[in-house]
Each structure stands twice: as C-alpha cells, then as structure tokens.
Design a protein around this ligand. Structure first.
Ligand SMILES: Nc1ncnc2c1ncn2[C@@H]1O[C@H](COP(=O)(O)OP(=O)(O)OP(=O)(O)O)[C@@H](O)[C@H]1O
Length: 260
C-alpha cells in the first residue's frame, strides 16, 4: 500500500453552518456536500463568503453554529493531526514567513505523514506538476507572485490527503498555468479525491468543475451543475452584470456585456 494513503476518500458536508466574524454574520445556514470524484467550484461576488466557507470546511475557522463532518465524523471530533492527513488546504494568500527554498516549502505538505524515504522524489514530482522544477533551489522570497503561488500549489499537491481545498488557486497564474492547474485538479478528482476550489473565473469553473456552489452575501444562492447554476438570469442578478452563457458540446462560452 502507498505509504501515504491512510484515508482513501473523503465525503465532506456542512449542515446549517453559520459564521460570525467580529459580530458580522458572514455565513448563514449553509448546507452542502462534496463527494469523492467531484471537483466543485465555490463562486460568488467579493465578500460573498467563499474564503470563510472554505476555512470552515478546512477546520481553520470554527463555525458559530451548524456542523461540518468528514466521512460523517464531526470536524470537532477529528484531531488536528488526523485532519491534516485528511485535508490539504491552500489559503487565498500567504506571504512566506522566511526564506526557505522552493523544495523545502513544498516538503511542508508532507509533514502530516512524518519522515518519508522518498521525500525528495515526491517534492520533485509535485514541482513538476506546476512546471516549477526551476524553483526547487530558489529562495521563495525571491520568486514572482505567480511563481510563489505555483510552489504553494505544489505543496498542496505533494501529499495524499483525500480532500483538497484551495482558495482562488488560479488568481496569480498566467493562462497556461491556470489551464494546467485545472487539468491537474480535474485528474486528481477523477482519481477519486474530493476537490473544492474558490474561483472567480466562471468560464474555467464551467469547463472543469462538476458542481458549482454559488454564494451571495453569506447565503447559499444556488448549487448544482455548471449548466444549472450558470444562467444569464442568475449570474446577472448575483453579480450585477448582463451576460450570456452559451453551451456548445458541453464547452461554455461566457460573455459579460455590461454592468447593470
Ligand atoms: N478577518 C475577518 N474579520 C472580520 N470580517 C471578515 C474577515 N475576513 C472577512 N470578513 C468579512 O466576511 C465576509 C466574507 O468574506 P470572505 O473573505 O469570506 O469573502 P469572499 O467571498 O472570499 O470574498 P473575495 O472574493 O473578495 O475574496 C465579508 O463581508 C468580509 O468583509
């Protein structure tokens, strides 16, 4: 058996989750489920609650009420060490605290599994997935924004947690690396992992994701397939734009016409 694969799959669900931050209600009675084999995009306007929801799912923030459970076990009953083996999380932004090499930063993603004989090989393979071999020996404080993000993504990908949660993973990437990342994450989901992403890029979400969770001002506005959720009426209303979504052989063409 693979040395890392202790938990093979992760069903994660939240039930009536609400969250208050500094007295402000930022999530209100959110219920949704994420299954192995699925790539889900959490979308919505700025401030809708995407990062907050991802942090609650990853156990970084505790819900004010409601429950989050992985494989039907409440997150509150899962130890931090066990959670780290179940869930790899990439926050929206994260400045490097000190100047380690790219390879050492990626290797942090293996910490939940202790010392591994093939650490270096795993780190090399993860960096290769983001075309980041050249960053292995570079101090991370000397990388560009997109290069650093790719190293952080390699850290997300290096372990074998069955659940991957990434907050705006494509935000700093050029178009080639956005496509490459979504293809990689699609393949990871097809391999049986549960993958949840906050995304602003609706065409990318439509093209690669199985499911979309649409948040609006802390509430769950819609969830379903991209074709269910990405309708001009709904997206237009939630984002305050006029837009057109056309579907051609399952591929979306999305055009924003104007502000409303
Ligand atoms: N640390 C914090 N303390 C208090 N309120 C916060 C904090 N972080 C976010 N908020 C508030 O919570 C709400 C949801 O923020 P969140 O970051 O989850 O939204 P988001 O959908 O990820 O937005 P964006 O697309 O801009 O990243 C917003 O009203 C925001 O102002």
């Amino acid at each position: 058996m693979n040395e890392l694969a202790m938990d093979h799959c992760a069903d994660i669900g939240c039930h009536e989750v609400s969250l208050r931050r500094h007295g402000q209600r930022v999530l209100e009675m959110i219920s949704c489920a994420f299954r192995p084999g699925e790539l889900t995009a959490v979308v919505g306007p700025n401030g809708a609650g995407k990062s907050s929801l991802l942090q609650v799912l990853a156990g970084v923030l505790a819900a004010s009420s409601g429950t989050v459970a992985i494989n039907e076990k409440p997150l509150t009953e899962i130890s931090a060490a066990e959670r780290a083996r179940l869930c790899a999380f990439l926050p929206q932004s994260e400045a490097p605290a000190w100047s380690v090499s790219g390879a050492d930063l990626v290797a942090l993603g293996l910490l939940p599994w202790g010392r591994l004989g093939d650490r270096d090989e795993r780190v090399r393979a993860a960096l290769a997935r983001v075309e980041g071999a050249d960053f292995a020996s570079r101090p991370v404080t000397q990388l560009s924004g997109g290069e650093l993000r790719r190293v952080q993504l390699a850290r997300l990908l290096v372990g074998e947690a069955p659940l991957l949660i990434a907050d705006e993973p494509t935000a700093a990437l050029d178009v080639r690396h956005q496509l490459q990342l979504l293809q990689t994450l699609r393949g990871i989901a097809d391999g049986g992992k549960t993958v949840i992403l906050a995304l602003h890029d609706l065409p990318l979400a439509a093209r690669f994701c199985d499911r979309v969770v649409l948040l609006e001002r802390g509430r769950l506005r819609a969830q379903g397939t991209p074709q269910d959720v990405f309708t001009p009426a709904l997206i237009g209303e939630v984002y305050g734009v006029t837009c057109e979504f056309r579907w051609r052989a399952g591929e979306p063409e999305f055009v924003v016409f104007d502000l409303v």
